[in-house]
Design a protein around this ligand. Structure first.
Ligand code: UD1
Ligand code: CA
Length: 475
């Protein structure tokens, strides 16, 4: 449902210098989505009539992400005047002139804040007479945040930024979360009057609190119960702390939905992953991107899957996979490397030290040991011998290998693509398959074995091998 009296402004123009990164801060990934993506998703959940995103630093990269996630968002380019106050001033100017509702301001770098908390902040703002409501938190270590200075009677007097604070203010543990509800007309009337006269030479949005108070308006502060939900991400230490928090929430959510996660501390699940009830996740597993796992499947230990689809009852052990589809009841690993385009049908097997890429392996077919299978189609019920390599690359182009249904290939084969092995065919151990093998044929191309009797005694006299041979009775 859309709330016609609500506009949400997302501040995303800052440089994020403390990340020391070529990637804009707000695009660093957190649980598989950019930091700002979490804020955009929260903004969408609030059903605001207008959503404005303010950008400047690396604006094109930001706009690409914002437009994909929230196509309806109004993009505002902040000019050269720095500061969150200027960002909001320009955002408000982009709202329709007849909008006279509430403006909820979100910092693009505070990603764990949930829509529920914001909805109650908004409800509280609307129930009370205060013209402005801000979200605060009491932090064990408030360093870096703006501090809430209260009046003797407990009201909010002003916000003082870390860099402008004296020792008394620095000792205040209550911080500004960077989330505010203003009436749009208060913003229209007063934003232009904010000065740049502070330690950072910026127009601080936080100065609105003192400005509104001296204009006779009341500002009320709502502290959150769990302070971590308002923690901002300014550097990579805060990024990893937020990632751990979010991951713990995601893991717990799946546990309550019926997924066994044996070791939450070493299990990482991205926000877009989907798991069915009765999935089991073993320690050291990372499920990334849009990975889905169907019921009864067992994944891990020590497995990383990116954008994979794991079928019902499959097992995937000590595996690294990207863009692979694993069928119901199939078995993968230990030590398998599934590259993009791997499709293993129901009840198939990709076993130990096997690498696959662009390979479809049919129902019940097995590639059990020590193989590279690339650009290949294997029919059903086939068994590919240990140590098989598809030689798919001629140095210029990639070629395809086709292995029919119910084929049995010997150990240590090389399939020199393009090549086809017909249904029900066999190949001998050590065969280098350069020509197509007809259905039902046995392909052999290894030279007959020749034994030179007594070779060791003549050519390696005095060695352990010669002694052992002599003791075994041969000369
Ligand atoms: C800000 C608050 C601080 C609060 C903290 C909460 C101000 C002046 N300070 O500090 O009181 O405790 O957030 O996390 O607001 N941005 C713009 N345009 C700019 C500058 C920043 O859009 O010119 C955006 C940034 O991209 C970011 C957000 O505003 O998403 C906050 O900016 P940041 O520089 O991180 O502010 P803090 O120092 O964290
Ligand atoms: Ca910040």
């Amino acid at each position: 449902m859309t709330d016609p009296r609500l506009a949400v402004v997302i501040l995303a123009a800052g440089q994020g210098t403390r990340m020391k990164s070529a990637t804009p801060k707000l695009l660093h990934p957190l649980a598989g989505a950019p930091i700002v993506g979490h804020v955009l998703a929260t903004a969408r959940a609030l059903g605001a009539e207008h959503i404005v995103a303010v950008v400047r630093h690396e604006r094109d990269r930001l706009v690409e992400v914002i437009s994909a996630e929230l196509p309806e968002a109004i993009i505002v380019d902040q000019d050269e005047v720095p500061g969150t106050g200027r960002a909001v001033e320009q955002a408000v100017a982009a709202l329709p002139a007849d909008f006279d509702g509430d403006v909820l301001i979100l910092n693009g770098d505070v990603p764990l804040l949930n829509a529920g908390t914001l909805a109650s902040l908004l409800a509280r703002h609307r129930d009370h007479t205060a013209t402005t409501t801000i979200l605060t938190a009491v932090l064990p270590d408030p360093t870096g945040y703006g501090r809430i200075v209260r009046t003797a009677d407990g009201g909010v007097d002003r916000i003082v930024e870390q860099k402008d604070a004296d020792d008394d203010v620095l000792a205040i543990p209550e911080i500004n979360a960077g989330v505010y509800v203003f009436g749009v007309n208060e913003l229209r009337d007063h934003l232009a009057s904010l000065s740049l006269d502070n330690a950072q030479g910026e127009k601080y949005l936080t100065d609105m609190v003192a400005v509104l108070r001296s204009a006779g308006s009341e500002v009320s502060a709502v502290p959150v119960n769990e302070s971590w939900i308002v923690e901002g991400i300014n550097d990579r230490a805060q990024l990893s702390a937020a990632a751990a928090r979010l991951n713990a929430l995601i893991v717990r959510g799946w546990q309550l939905a019926g997924v066994t996660v044996q070791d939450p501390a070493t299990t990482w699940i991205d926000i877009k992953v989907t798991l069915a009830p009765d999935v089991t996740i073993l320690p050291g597993t990372q499920l990334k991107g849009a990975t889905t796992v169907a019921t009864g499947a067992i994944v891990g230990p020590d497995t990383t899957l990116v954008d994979c689809e794991i079928g019902e009852g499959a097992t995937v052990k000590r595996t690294d996979g990207t863009l692979a589809v694993i069928g119901a009841g199939a078995s993968v690993g230990p030590f398998s490397y599934l590259r993009p385009g791997t499709v293993l049908a129901a009840d198939g097997k990709i076993g130990t030290f096997v690498e696959t890429k662009n390979a479809t392996i049919g129902a019940g077919s097995k590639v059990p040991h020590l193989s590279y299978i690339g650009d290949t189609e294997v029919g059903e019920g086939a068994n590919v011998g240990a140590g098989t390599i598809t030689a798919n690359y001629d140095g210029v182009n990639k070629h395809r290998t086709t292995v029919g249904s119910f084929v049995r290939t010997g150990s240590h084969n090389v399939f020199v693509a393009p090549v086809t092995i017909g249904d029900g065919a066999y190949t001998g151990a050590g065969t280098v398959v350069r020509k197509d093998v007809p259905s039902g044929a046995l392909a052999l191309n290894v030279a007959p074995q020749r034994n030179i009797e007594g070779w060791v005694a003549v050519n390696r006299p005095g060695t352990d091998a010669a002694r052992a041979a002599a003791e075994s009775g041969s000369s």
